[in-house]
Each structure stands twice: as structure tokens, then as C-alpha cells.
Design a protein around this ligand. Structure first.
Ligand code: GLN
Ligand code: ZN
Length: 768
């Protein structure tokens, strides 16, 4: 039988029910039982959605109270010693302490690291393992979930991170990851037994690393691990996604399992090779519905692939989304405020379940059975691709007229820095921040009141101006050199620009989990992008009117705008990126015309957007540098361009940083220890560099000596004339009480250091 299924469903809830329940539990206003009840209700609701849409197998185990990789660590009893590894069950509070460092009951501890799940914006909790690690089944949630699904009358498939992917994503202290594999496989065998006993028919083991370039030892490990997992107590589907299997195709298809899932959205061309190599007992699950984007599927196109597979494999074909639907919002029906034309083009997770079922029915019972639905999908898709709303002739013409000269500053950095110094008269070791200041509850409330019409535009504007005035006063008081307006008008650095660009829409409820209870609403880029009018000039100009110190204009760069949005699928990423860059360039030019002496173009997503496979990286990085160049290339030499990037592991992009040719680059480095520093020296960058001197991601406040030590270490590596002192990221997630002392200490360090260093041509010991 051709089976329709999903690899996973969003767990957060259409109205972010999970977020609210978690936050109530963390604050102590509900107990664990109430949290678990809310979670069970969400799971059951999502299973019902799958069932009612017509899916044959429902998926359990895709739910998580925080993160599915953390669930795996808890299930395996892989708890770091500082968080109370013992022989008992991993209880709920230990689980949350691993993720957040704290929980309602028990002491605090440093949380486990968190990082991006492949090339998505979802973050997972990095498993912390050590040489000789033992695994034991220590948190049995998943068995209860499967049993609950079965008790609800569903045919259940359990979804888990596969053993190789789990190991690959972990950090192993004092040992090699693969040495832990035999012990891990032993634990997985026990898990599979438990799942079978709970009533699961299938288990889906997610092995997305099969879409990466893998060392030969890992490919061998796949084979041996899956052999050692046998005999299976239930049927096993190995799920691959986020790219083509490429050179791993044979390894994946010869695994001794009952089925393999392949991503045919990112890699439709792999279908033929896969069909040639799959043996005649395995099921092939076709990932035909895009789990990473929000457009209605081209069902005709999907059916062509599905039919080709069915002709070869008969009923051993399954229909599925490309990956878990975790990465898209829950339901388009919640977007009543969206333009109806655009809304009709969209498919969120709930709609995608229906698309899966439609495809299965068309495939097995003939197109006529779902003829109306197919026709509707066809019409809407055609309407989108020919709609006037997505086409802007002027933008297209501007895009064609982009020249290499437009993508570069007219003077080299050496010349620019002199002009800028003459204008800004900054002291040695200038101090600045990354842009945002604390987003207080009052500020968030004002934004919500404005959006929902409870306060009018004029009073909202006054509210923001008051906030800006306070932020400027505070920075003068702290003694910072290059000030910012504090970004009070932005809830989110991408969504805010999305709201102001033509060709981009924002949603009201399109929440997607970023990590734990934190969600984002990625904008939807549906057409040619244009900036109809200036966006930030008013705020920046107002901030500058309040101070004699330079105020830095603050913009989000094109790569980040693209990376953190859903992009149209009818234009190449390169074109979308360059259109975004044109819009940012317009804003940069307006800021300059308004007298803004320093403009920062943030590209925090640049590093994480790096394609998964090495061969795709060079074109991506070239585009990133060209797009940034286009944003900044129009300004005069005396305007100082900054950029800011998040996350460690800069080695891969140092050459790109050089190519971007910003006058100053600030980077998040405090958390990555000293790993970045040697690379920085070797890269021989000539521009100003501000590797954050303290970590703003924790409420912990650094002492002056810690900041001083950090600065001194940086001075051993970078010439004193190049170093900037700044925190490592924006301050929006901190409270005012948490930022004041560190910023004063940072300024103090700068003053103390200035008194001991001197570079000709710089004002000495300013403000000291
Ligand atoms: N300017 C932004 C801020 O300060 C940068 C945020 C980021 O790097 N993610 O909030
Ligand atoms: Zn940052």
C-alpha cells in the first residue's frame, strides 16, 4: 500500500500553546502535570490533524518539550556530570537544566551548548559525551507517547534522531565519536524494543548527515551500526533530507533497513539514481512537499516524480514532505489579515498534510478522484507566477544595470580610514555596541498595542522617541564613543524590514520554533523587492539630533534578510539577494544624505547560511560579498561602514570578510574562546575589528578585569589602531540592570588601555 506520512509536525501549537505552557511552568505558575497535560493535548491534536487529512501513519516522538536532540540525550541518559548525571531517571527539571541552565526545582548550572540544526534556523542542544560514555534508557517519555497514539486508534510511526546523526552532532570529550558507537547501538536496540512494545509499527530514524560529505569511516560506521541493530523488532525507515545523497547514495540504499526517505525538493534529480539502486524489498519515501518553504506545491510536478517511482516500485512508494514540517508555521487559516491573493498561494504545515494526502490519492486512485483539488492548486500556482503583485519592471531593470563598480567602494580602506578619522575624531580603541538596547516589557507592550490599534501612530512614535532619548543619554553617560539609537522600533531585525519592503509580507501568527519556547515569524518574500520609502532615517536622525557623538545607522543585510525569510521559489536566490541589496543600498544612501556618519549593515546569518556541502560554498560566499558590496558601494569614502556577524567558526569566511571590505567588522567571539584569534591574525585584515569582549547571551556580568584580560589578549594579536571594544552582540535580550555595569567597565578598560598605548594621528586618551 502507498503510504502517506509526515516526517514530523510543528510542536509549538497554532497559538504557541507550548510556549505559554513552558513559560508558565518555568515561572512556577503551573506544575509539571499541567505542562504534560498541555503537551499531550497538542500531540493528540496534531495526530488528529494528520489522521483527518488522510495520512495513513501518524508520527509520534517528533514532539518535544524543548528540542528533539535533547530528548535523545535524555532518553539515553547522556547527562553531563555538572547537571547531575546519576543512575536514576532524567527528570523534567534536569532536562530543562540541560537546555537552560536552570529549572523550577534544583540548583543552577551551565547549560549545554546550543547550535543550528543543519542549515535551518532551528537550534538544537548539543549532546555532551565523553570517552567511555555509557548509555541507559533514562527518560521514557517517547514510549508513553507512542502508547498514547495507539490508544487513540492511530497506526503509529515513532520518529527519532538516528544513532550516527546523534553522534555526529555531539561533542565528545577526550575521545573519538565513533568509539562510542557500539555502546550507542546497544542502547538504540533497547529503544527499538521499547517502541515495538508500545505498539509502533515503524520507527523513522533521522539520518540527515547522509546528505553531507562524510569521511569514509562514517560511511562504514553506518553499515556496521545498522547491521548490529538487527534483528529489528519493528520496521525501520531511515530518513535523509536537506540535500542529495550524492556520493552516499549506495551507502544509504544498501543499509539493512525496511525503507529510506529521500529529499526530492532540494534534490529532485536524485530520483532516477535512487530508483536504479534501491533493492526490491525496500520502501522508498518520496519527499515531495517542501518542508522548508511555505508555497503550495506544484502537485503536477510532484505527481510526475511519484508516478515514475510507482512504475518501478509499485506499492513500495510512500509520499511525504521533504523533511519535518517543524520548519514552517502551523496553519494558513490563522492569517486572516493577510492579503487574500497571497494567502491563497500559501501552504503551512496543516495545508501540507492535505497536499500529501492529495498526492497519495491521485497516485493510487487516479487524478479524477481529486481532480477538483488538483485543478485548484494548478490555478492558484499559475495565478501566483503570473500575478502583477510579484512583478516590478523597474526593480528588474535596476537589477540588470548593476555593475561591478557599484559593488565596491570607490577608495581603498587606507584612504577611507583617514577621511573617516578626520571626520569622526575617534579615540584609540573606540567603544561601541552592536545596535539594540534592552527591549523592555513596556516597549513590547507598546508595540503590540500599536499593532492591534490600541494606541495610534502618533503616540507610538512619541513612545519610541522617548526610548531613543533615554538610550542616547545612557550611552553618553556610560562614555561610549559611537552611539546607536537602540532599535526600539524593531521586534525582530528581519521582520521589521520585511514590514517595510514591497514584495515582502509578514504574518500575524506564522510562528516557527527557533529554540525552546522562542519562536520567530519569518517574513515571506513573494515578489520583486522594492523599498518604497526610507525606513530608519527618521529614528537615526532623531537620535543624532540629541548628541554630538556620532550615531551609527543600523540596517539588516541582504543575506540575513534572505536567510531568515521564506523566499519565493520562482526566482534564483541570487536575484532575490541582489534585489534585497538594492533596497538596503537605497536605505544606506538615504542615511548618508541625512548626515549619518557611520552605518552598520548586520549580516549575522552569513556564516550559518553556508551551504551544507563544500562545493556549493564558493558561489554562496561570492554572492554574499557582492550583495554586501552593493549595499555599501554607493557611499562616500568619509562614511564609515560597519558590519556585524554572529556565531563562531569564522575560519571559513575570513576571506569573505576581507572581500566585503567593511571599514569595521564586529563579531561574536566571546563565547568561542580564543579559537578565532589565530585565524584573525593570519587573515591579515586591515579594517577595524571588534571581536566582542564579553558575552551578552547570559545575564552574568563580566568584571572589569575579565574584559581587560580579553582586550589585552586581542591586543597581542591585532594592531592597537585596528581594535574596537564592544559587547559581542545586540543587548535586546538583556535587562537594563544587566548592561549598565558591563558597559561602564568596557569604557573604563578602553580608557586605561589608551593611557598606555599611542598611535600617531589618533587623539589620545579621549574622555579619560
Ligand atoms: N543590530 C542587531 C542587534 O543589536 C544585531 C543582532 C544580531 O547580531 N543578531 O540586535
Ligand atoms: Zn550578533
Amino acid at each position: 500500500m502507498v503510504i502517506a506520512h509526515t516526517l514530523g509536525f510543528p510542536r509549538i501549537g497554532a497559538r504557541r500553546e507550548l510556549k505559554w505552557a513552558l513559560e508558565e511552568y518555568w515561572s512556577g505558575s503551573i506544575d509539571a502535570a499541567a505542562l504534560q497535560a498541555a503537551a499531550r493535548e497538542l500531540r493528540r491534536r496534531h495526530w488528529d490533524l494528520q489522521r483527518h487529512a488522510g495520512l495513513d501513519l501518524i508520527t509520534a516522538g517528533d514532539f518535544s518539550l524543548y528540542d528533539h536532540v535533547l530528548d535523545m540525550s535524555a532518553l539515553l541518559g547522556a547527562v553531563p556530570a555538572r547537571l547531575g548525571a546519576g543512575d536514576g531517571e532524567v527528570d523534567l527539571d534536569t532536562y530543562f537544566r540541560m537546555a537552560r541552565g536552570r529549572a523550577p526545582r534544583g540548583g543552577d548550572a551551565a547549560a549545554c551548548a546550543m547550535t543550528k540544526w543543519f542549515d535551518t534556523n532551528y537550534h538544537y542542544i548539543v549532546p555532551e559525551l565523553h570517552a567511555g560514555q555509557r548509555f541507559r534508557l533514562a527518560r521514557r517519555e517517547i514510549f508513553g507517547e507512542v502508547a498514547d497514539a495507539v490508544s487513540q486508534g492511530h497506526r503509529a510511526k515513532a520518529a527519532l534522531v538516528g544513532p550516527l546523526t546523534y553522534l555526529w552532532l555531539s561533542r565528545v570529550r577526550d575521545g573519538r565519536k565513533l568509539d562510542l558507537l557500539p555502546e550507542l547501538v546497544r542502547a538504540y536496540r533497547e529503544i527499538l524494543q521499547g517502541l515495538a512494545a508500545a505498539g509502533a509499527e515503524w520507527v523513522q530514524l533521522d539520518e540527515p548527515i547522509l546528505a553531507l560529505e562524510l569521511p569514509p569511516a562514517w560511511l562504514d560506521a553506518f553499515e556496521s551500526a545498522y547491521h548490529r541493530l538487527r534483528p529489528y523488532p519493528l520496521k525501520v525507515l531511515v530518513a535523509t533530507y536537506f540535500g542529495a545523497l550524492a556520493e552516499n547514495t549506495s551507502a544509504a540504499l544498501t543499509l539493512p533497513v525496511d525503507g529510506v526517505h529521500v529529499d526530492l525538493v532540494r534534490a529532485p534529480a536524485q530520483l532516477d539514481v535512487v530508483l536504479d539502486r534501491i533493492n526490491d524489498t525496500k520502501v522508498l519515501s518520496l519527499g515531495l512537499i517542501d518542508g522548508r518553504n511555505v508555497w503550495r506545491t506544484d502537485l503536477d510536478q510532484a505527481l510526475i516524480l511519484a508516478r515514475r517511482a510507482r512504475a518501478r516500485l509499485g506499492d513500495r512508494v510512500w509520499i511525504a514532505p521533504s523533511c519535518s514540517l517543524l520548519h514552517v508555521p502551523v496553519d494558513v487559516a490563522a492569517e486572516q489579515a493577510l492579503d487574500p491573493e497571497l494567502r491563497a498561494w500559501l501552504a503551512f504545515a496543516t495545508q501540507k498534510l492535505h497536499e500529501i494526502a492529495i498526492l497519495r490519492t491521485a497516485l493510487t486512485e487516479g487524478e479524477a478522484r481529486v481532480g477538483g483539488l488538483l485543478a485548484e492548486a494548478r490555478t492558484l500556482r499559475r495565478q501566483r507566477l503570473t500575478s502583477r503583485a510579484i512583478f516590478d519592471a523597474e526593480v528588474r531593470a535596476r537589477e540588470r544595470a548593476i555593475t561591478p563598480a557599484m559593488c565596491a567602494r570607490s577608495q581603498p580602506h587606507r584612504v577611507r580610514s583617514q577621511l573617516q578619522q578626520a571626520r569622526l575624531r575617534l579615540p584609540l580603541l573606540p567603544t561601541t555596541t552592536i545596535g539594540s538596547f534592552p527591549q523592555t516589557a513596556a516597549l513590547r507592550r507598546a508595540r503590540r498595542d500599536h499593532r492591534e490599534g490600541r494606541i495610534d501612530a502618533a503616540s507610538y512614535r512619541e513612545r519610541l522617541r522617548a526610548e531613543i532619548a533615554q538610550v542616547i543619554r545612557a550611552q553618553e553617560d556610560f562614555g561610549l564613543d559611537v552611539l546607536v539609537h537602540g532599535e526600539p522600533e524593531r521586534g525582530d531585525m528581519v521582520e521589521y524590514f520585511g514590514e517595510h519592503l514591497q514584495g515582502v509580507a509578514v504574518t500575524a501568527n506564522g510562528w516557527v520554533q527557533s529554540y525552546g519556547s522562542r519562536c520567530v515569524r519569518p517574513p515571506i518574500i513573494y515578489g520583486d523587492v522594492r523599498r518604497p520609502r526610507s525606513i530608519t532615517v527618521e529614528w537615526t536622525r532623531y537620535a543624532q539630533s540629541l548628541t554630538l557623538r556620532p550615531v551609527k545607522g543600523m540596517l539588516t543585510g541582504p543575506v540575513t534578510l534572505l536567510q531568515w525569510s521564506y523566499a519565493r521559489d520562482d526566482a534564483p536566490a541570487e536575484e532575490i539577494c541582489m534585489q534585497l541589496a538594492l533596497a538596503v543600498r537605497d536605505e544606506v544612501m538615504d542615511l548618508e544624505a541625512a548626515g549619518t556618519p557611520v552605518i552598520q549593515i548586520d549580516e549575522p546569518a552569513l556564516r550559518e547560511g553556508l551551504p551544507l556541502r563544500r562545493r556549493d560554498r564558493a558561489p554562496y560566499l561570492r554572492l554574499a560579498a557582492r550583495a554586501f558590496g552593493l549595499c555599501a558601494g554607493g557611499v562616500g569614502a568619509g562614511t564609515q561602514i560597519h558590519t556585524h556577524m554572529c556565531y563562531s567558526e569564522f575560519q571559513d569566511i575570513l576571506a569573505t570578510i576581507r572581500e566585503m571590505d567593511a571599514d569595521v567588522v564586529t563579531i561574536e567571539a566571546a563565547r568561542s574562546g580564543d579559537g578565532l584569534l589565530p585565524g584573525l591574525r593570519e587573515a591579515g585584515l586591515a579594517n577595524g575589528i571588534g571581536p566582542g569582549v564579553y558575552d551578552i547571551h547570559t545575564p552574568r556580568q563580566p568584571s572589569e578585569e575579565e574584559i581587560m584580560q580579553r582586550a589585552r589578549r586581542l591586543l597581542e594579536i591585532l594592531p592597537v589602531g585596528q581594535l574596537w571594544l564592544n559587547p559581542d552582540c545586540g543587548l535586546k535580550t538583556r535587562r537594563w540592570e544587566e548592561i549598565e555595569a558591563p558597559l561602564r567597565r568596557l569604557v573604563n578598560c578602553a580608557r586605561r588601555l589608551r593611557a598606555t598605548c599611542h598611535v600617531p594621528g589618533r587623539r589620545r586618551a579621549a574622555g579619560a
